[in-house]
Write a protein that binds this ligand. Structure first.
Ligand code: FES
Ligand code: FES
Length: 158
């Protein structure tokens, strides 16, 4: 594996230096393996499941499809920046309260995608929620409780 030049980016509001990233490493891999942020999951690794979702300069992306070195100077928001187990953010709380977390593997990507949705459309319809989450696969919940959680959270903000 060839090493790239060191580069910096901001992750969850903190400046981080990536000293040695494998040539061609994805942002998802660098977040997990170089920056010790395992909250961002890798499922398919090919941009199809959404579990690796992050915000890159406030744009929702599948971090497994982003070349990490291309994010130099960018601002990345991961699920870890949106709340923790001891201090959950509003989306995480809403998902838990709705019983929308089972195995939890899809949850980090759902949290980021829902955060993105509510920032763009604070009062989404069910159709808009389903469309916004259409790139996030969940094997467990059947989506009903996830969608209910989003709609309930939006109601809190109404
Ligand atoms: S791991 Fe990135 S979209 Fe599936
Ligand atoms: S809760 Fe298991 S994949 Fe969604």
């Amino acid at each position: 594996m060839t090493e790239t030049e060191p580069y910096e980016l901001r992750v969850d509001g903190v400046a981080r230096k990536v000293a040695t990233s494998g040539q061609g490493a994805s942002l998802a891999t660098v977040l997990r393996d170089s920056l010790d942020l395992p909250g961002t999951k890798i499922g398919c690794g090919t941009g199809r499941c959404g579990t690796c979702a992050v915000l890159l300069d406030d744009v929702l992306v599948a971090s497994c499809t982003v070349l990490a070195a291309d994010t130099a100077g960018c601002e990345v928001t991961t699920v870890a920046g949106l709340g923790t187990a001891s201090a959950p953010g509003p989306v995480q709380r809403a998902l838990v309260e709705a019983g929308a977390v089972q195995c939890g593997y899809c949850t980090p990507g759902m949290v980021v995608a829902i955060t993105d949705l509510l920032a763009r459309i604070p009062q989404p319809t069910e159709v808009e929620v389903r469309f916004a989450l259409s790139g996030n696969l969940c094997r467990c919940t059947g989506y009903g409780r996830i969608i209910a959680a989003v709609l309930a959270l939006a109601q809190e903000y109404a």
